[in-house]
Design a protein around this ligand. Sequence first.
Ligand code: SAM
Length: 221
Amino acid sequence: MPRVIRSYARRERPLGAAALALRERLWGQLALDDLAWADLGCGMREVVLDIGFGDGEALLALAAADPARDYVGVEVYRAGLVKVLRGIEQAGLTNVRVIEADAQALVRAVGDARIGAVHVFFPDPWPKARHHKRRLVQAPFLAEVARILRLGGALHLATDWGPYADAMLEAAARVPTLALSDQERGMRPWTRFERRGLRLGQGARDLRFRRIAAVNAAGPP
Ligand SMILES: C[S@@+](CC[C@H](N)C(=O)[O-])C[C@H]1O[C@@H](n2cnc3c(N)ncnc32)[C@H](O)[C@@H]1O
């Protein structure tokens, strides 16, 4: 079997007792399991998928400001998952769910055109050339993201690593069903992670795309 190349590093301390208790209490109510993956977006409301939400600041703020849509966050970082469970409870949000999963597998499991918007904010940049293969945002992944977006659906990427932003643009250019719409941050909230980057002189770049119909390469008859 080919070796799986992960876009994340598993170097987490085990959860403490309080985090484990919170997880135990809220998981059944606020987390979606593997079986629910494929059903994402089957409901009446539009789904926004936040991939790699970290501590969840953007996920929680955007969901609170947008109660008409459902927000689903996918993460592998357990402490982040617990923080979001706590945040959902504290803010009384009813439109946020989390999934503990590798987003690459999750996206592959979602049906065509089910999702209204996908956010990938500050994916790990893997700056060393020998690690570029671990970057999440590459053309095959973007093709899968485009497949699960409804026509007109939005993909919002943000990174504070300039060369990664360039690589993202190149990768997206290889996906004919994605069109760059603008490079504005829009409603994307500031997060602790981003503010730290700014202090280090790393400004963020936002790349926003729309899911468009496939252009027939042969052109009109
Ligand atoms: C640099 S952090 C950014 C977090 C957050 N989006 C923000 O803007 O602050 C990248 C996050 O992506 C998560 N991640 C990386 N690869 C992932 C994958 N394949 N599936 C799910 N989460 C992933 C990591 O665990 C990490 O929390």
